[in-house]
Design a protein around this ligand. Structure first.
Ligand code: 5GP
Length: 193
């Protein structure tokens, strides 16, 4: 009988900007256990690269016409408009990772998170949030990368995103990074990842 390859899972990580999902995402991918079992998906975006970001590493930076033509060709598993830019998960990469038996990590917004979960109910969806909106405000301020306007937009979006947390399989409260990291790892281990 042919050996059956274990199928990987899609792992969706969402949460308001400033809640720590990127930090948790990075820690997971450096972890000795999970780095062997999980591959990150590289999203496409129409936003401009920031700082040291490079095409093909953090994101695939695409022009608006190229992004639009890829939407038409059904290149994306999901796509959404976030903060005035388009973001999308290339379908092919996700399928290729899953075929190898590894899981694929999608760090995407709530619109995308819900779309992926609808298409693949076996996806594991995890929402990361701060203990309160006040705490999120404090962290965004401490980060110091946003103008007043951009901060107001992030907080407004955060309020909308928090309402979507109930559609996720798990909610991780990032009160301290150690706790949140442990909670995230426990969730994944409980799925055999
Ligand atoms: P940033 O521009 O700060 O890197 O990301 C802005 C937001 O877009 C974050 O919430 C991030 O999770 C989300 N995002 C990044 N890639 C994707 C994607 O492929 N699809 C969707 N729906 N959201 C994404």
């Amino acid at each position: 009988m042919a050996k059956q390859t274990k199928q990987g899972r899609i792992i969706i990580l969402s949460g308001p900007s400033g809640a720590g999902k990127t930090t948790l995402h990075d820690l997971l991918l450096k972890h000795p256990r999970f780095s062997r079992r999980i591959v990150r998906s590289i999203s496409a975006t129409t936003r401009a690269p920031r700082g040291q970001e490079r095409h093909g590493r953090e994101y695939l930076f695409l022009s608006q016409p190229v992004f639009t033509s890829r939407i038409k060709r059904e290149h994306f598993l999901e796509w959404a408009k976030v903060f005035d830019n388009y973001y999308g998960t290339p379908r092919k990469n996700v399928q290729e990772v899953l075929k190898t038996g590894k899981s694929v990590l999608l760090c995407i917004d709530v619109q995308g998170g819900r779309l992926v979960k609808d298409k693949d109910p076996s996806a594991i969806s995890i929402f990361v949030k701060t203990p309160s909106l006040e705490e999120l405000k404090r962290r965004l301020k401490a980060r110091g990368t946003d103008s007043k306007e951009s901060m107001a937009l992030r907080l407004k979006t955060a309020r909308e995103e928090l309402r979507q947390a109930c559609y996720y399989d798990h909610v991780v409260i990032n009160d301290s990074l150690d706790h949140a990291q442990q909670a995230l790892e426990d969730i994944l281990v409980s799925y055999g990842i």
